[in-house]
Each structure stands twice: as structure tokens, then as C-alpha cells.
Design a protein around this ligand. Structure first.
Ligand code: TRP
Length: 368
């Protein structure tokens, strides 16, 4: 039997999703969901993972589950094609994590570059590092393998998690026999889509830095972020001055989002982004014009998302049912994997009574 093609991704429900999530992963998930090329598609709302650094604030996680749900549904995640579920309601994930923890070393975990950066950012190096946070890549390996995922579409910062997962799969299968499916990461080909900078030019969008454009932002709020905060080129003082693209956030966003058709529609002076860039570098193209063009492109994307969000937000009962039913399906899927794992590990004591015969034989032998 040919291996099924299964997609699994997830997000921590710690806040509303932003443009960085959108170009880095969400956009691609919708395309893949609609491509018809995959047998099953799952999205996991990783509330347990979110708790690993929010243990004292479970209310924040609880509140943001609805925000993330609305973000998913409004960008076009279709519950008829994609199963959306909540991590904490899937007991198989907890059990798998516990077994996988035995297959990784603490030194391997401490080399994970994404976790290292997060430890720095959260001040855990000084305050003390929660063991649950330190080991969350192992729980993420449980997420991925529990769904038999073959493809994990993620942003670039998640590559170390997939690498860690692949090592666990390799080690598990070598130790207990071929049981787990080997997953592959899928990151955007477009380099700026992999890691969209914040509007201020900082490496990443982050709520605490106030440099995000949220999928749920009003047109006015988007305009304010672009016109008021977006970093361009400090050397480009007058329109005639030559401009620079390096570190220029307006052009980074255009790289990630603009297509040739956008020029015909909003900026017909140029046929494509290369022409526009050439003029900017030579001098004579103002930041105001570039920003206006970007705002038009952003609006074209965000308006339908905003409108869909309003519709879903008016029917939270349905949103709840989608999540409940998706989670129910995911319980079954992940329990099946756990049963396979327990069997491979020979800890499936209560799936049948065969062990009674084994124990009897064992006792007969030792009594002889
Ligand atoms: N670590 C991911 C993030 O911070 C969220 C996540 C949890 C995830 N489980 C996953 C992503 C499984 C992909 C697959 O965004």
C-alpha cells in the first residue's frame, strides 16, 4: 500500500495570528488543503505547548483559542477538508511524549537553536528553565507522529523541531521496529516569506514589540502601521536620492506579496517589481508611493479575510462545533497511533490476554 500523504501543522494559541504567520505558513496551508494532493490534513491548536511558558496564565491560552480559530477559518481553512483540533484534548499525545522523552538526551535538546533563542528571549536563563518548556520539541514530535504526518508546512524557525522529530522517528523505528512515519518539513521557497520582518525591521513580528500587522487588523490600523512605523531607508532623504533595498521593510513585504498584476492595477508606471526596485535604487521614487502601493496590496489580501472573520465571529456556536468535532476525529486518529506504538514497545498488556500465556510459560520455566 502506498503511504498516505498527510499534512499536520500547528500554532500556539498565545495571540491573534499576523501577516508573518500568513505568508510563512497559513497561505500555503490553504493552497495545500485545496490542491487535492493530500489524503488528510490536520491543524493542531497547540495549547499544551503554549502552557509550557504560560503555566501561570492558562486564561490567556483559553481566550486565544477562539482568536486562532477565527484566523484559520477567515483565511480559508475549510473544516470540510481540514480537521482542526485542540492538543490538550488528545491524551495519546501525552503518552507518546512520555515515551519519546526516553529516546532523546538532554544535551541534544539543549542544542536546539530555536529553543535556545526562546530561552534567551523569555529570560529563562536567569529565572530558571521550566522542564516542560525545555522538552517541548519532544511533545512536538508526538504531535507530528501521532497524525502519521508526511508533510509539515512551517516557518523556517520550526526546522529544528522537524529535525528533532526525524531523529526520534529514526531512533524509535530502529529500537522497536518500523512503526512511525518519517515526516518532512516544507518551508516557503520565497526567502522573505520564510521570515517576514516586523514593520520596524526587527527580525520577527512579535506582539510585545508592537511591530505586527494582524490578520484581524482594520484597514485603518494596517495603514497606520505602514505609514507610521514601517522602516524604509534612512539614507533616502529626498525623492531624488538613491534608495537602498537592504533592510528596507517595504520592499521585503513586496517581495513576499506582490505579483506583476498588482502593477497594472495599482502602479502602472512599472511592469514588475524589478523595474520598481531599479527606479528606487537609482533615485526618483519616493517612499510614500511605495508605501501606498504596499497598502493597496495588503488591503486586497486582508479585506476578504476581515470580512470572513466578521461572519464567523457572529456564529461562535458553529465555530465551537467545528473544533469539537475536529478534536473528536483527532482523538481517534491519535489513539490508533498510540495503540501501534504500545504494541511495538510491547506494553500493550490489555489489548489481549496473550500475556497470560507468556507469564504462565515463564513461571513454568523458572519452576523447572
Ligand atoms: N511550535 C509551533 C510554533 O511555535 C507550534 C506547533 C506545535 C507545531 N505543534 C506543532 C507546528 C506541530 C507544526 C507541527 O509555531
Amino acid at each position: 500500500m502506498a503511504e498516505k500523504k498527510i499534512i499536520l501543522t500547528g500554532d500556539r494559541p498565545t495571540g491573534r495570528l499576523h501577516l508573518g504567520h500568513y505568508v510563512g505558513s497559513l497561505m500555503r496551508r490553504v493552497e495545500m488543503q485545496n490542491s487535492g494532493l493530500y489524503d488528510e490534513t490536520y491543524i493542531l491548536i497547540a495549547d499544551d505547548q503554549a502552557l509550557t511558558d504560560n503555566a501561570d496564565n492558562p486564561g490567556k491560552i483559553r481566550d486565544n483559542i477562539i482568536n486562532v480559530m477565527l484566523d484559520y477559518l477567515s483565511v480559508g481553512i475549510d473544516p470540510a477538508k481540514t480537521t482542526i483540533c485542540v492538543q490538550s484534548a488528545l491524551p495519546a499525545l501525552h503518552a507518546l511524549t512520555f515515551y519519546y522523552l526516553n529516546l532523546v538526551t538532554t544535551s541534544r535538546l539543549s542544542r536546539n537553536p530555536t529553543v535556545k533563542a526562546e530561552i534567551q528571549m523569555r529570560g529563562f536563563a536567569e529565572e530558571g528553565l521550566p522542564a516542560g518548556f525545555f522538552t517541548y520539541p519532544v511533545s512536538q514530535a508526538a504531535d507530528i507522529t501521532a497524525f502519521d504526518a508526511t508533510v509539515v508546512p512551517v516557518g523556517e524557525d520550526q526546522l529544528p523541531m522537524i529535525e528533532q522529530t526525524r531523529e526520534i522517528v529514526e531512533r524509535f523505528n530502529r529500537t522497536y521496529g518500523e512503526t512511525l512515519v518519517m515526516p518532512k518539513a516544507l518551508i516557503p521557497e520565497n526567502e522573505t516569506q520564510r521570515r517576514l520582518p516586523g514593520v520596524d525591521g526587527k527580525a520577527k513580528m512579535s506582539k510585545s514589540l508592537g511591530n505586527c500587522i494582524y490578520l484581524s487588523d482594520s484597514a485603518k490600523a494596517v495603514k497606520k502601521q505602514v505609514n507610521g512605523k514601517m522602516f524604509t531607508d534612512p539614507l533616502h532623504l529626498r525623492i531624488e536620492d538613491p534608495g537602498h533595498l537592504e533592510g528596507n521593510v517595504v520592499f521585503a513585504y513586496l517581495d513576499a506579496l506582490c505579483r506583476d498584476e498588482h502593477f497594472a492595477e495599482y502602479l502602472p508606471d512599472y511592469a514588475n517589481l524589478d523595474e520598481m526596485k531599479a527606479h528606487y535604487c537609482k533615485g526618483g521614487l519616493g517612499d510614500g508611493t511605495c508605501k501606498k502601493f504596499l497598502i493597496n496590496i495588503l488591503e486586497e489580501r486582508l479585506k476578504p479575510i476581515r470580512e470572513a472573520r466578521e461572519k464567523w465571529a457572529a456564529d461562535i456556536d458553529t465555530v465551537y462545533d467545528i473544533l469539537r468535532e475536529g478534536t473528536q476525529k483527532a482523538v481517534e486518529k491519535t489513539n490508533a497511533t498510540l495503540a501501534r506504538v504500545r504494541k511495538a514497545m510491547r506494553i500493550d498488556y490489555f489489548d489481549s490476554r496473550v500475556i497470560v500465556k507468556e507469564w504462565e510459560a515463564l513461571l513454568r520455566q523458572t519452576n523447572q
